[in-house]
Write a protein that binds this ligand. Structure first.
Ligand code: 5GP
Ligand code: ZN
Length: 116
């Protein structure tokens, strides 16, 4: 837990969020600025800076995060038409919050994978 990390503070209930799924190790909540009809962020409760650091430190926790992302997709009704799971990692990817999070997005056609 970091006092200054936004998503650690959400995990600690210090900052409100619209939680849609929770396990012992993960939390999923709606993105404050949704980019699709469904846009949920899935985090580990434990602080890791990004997905690469997470999987290096704890493959089992990375599996928990992916399982939670799958559960969110099912609960949000995304599995029929499809959806994306995105891990922005580092500056070229525009990662803004340095606490690992999967974006689960769907609910409409999402367009090309990368905007140019
Ligand atoms: P990144 O660019 O790091 O991959 O994504 C960070 C995401 O966090 C963005 O989509 C942004 O809208 C979302 N976000 C930033 N601050 C908050 C917040 O306080 N609450 C919630 N629910 N989402 C946030
Ligand atoms: Zn954190």
């Amino acid at each position: 837990m970091s006092d200054t990390c936004l998503f650690c503070r959400i995990a600690a209930n210090e900052i409100p969020a619209t939680v849609v799924h929770e396990t012992g190790t993960t939390l999923a909540f709606r993105d404050i600025g949704p980019k699709a009809p469904v846009h949920v962020l899935v985090i580990t409760k434990e602080h890791h800076a990004n997905v690469g650091e997470l999987v290096a430190a704890s493959p089992a926790l990375a599996a928990d995060l992916l399982a939670a992302a799958g559960a969110v997709a099912r609960a949000e009704g995304l599995t029929g038409q499809g959806y994306r799971v995105i891990f922005n990692t580092g500056p070229y990817a525009g990662q803004e919050v340095e606490h690992v999070h999967a974006h689960v997005v769907g609910g409409a056609p999402l367009g090309p994978m990368l905007a140019r």
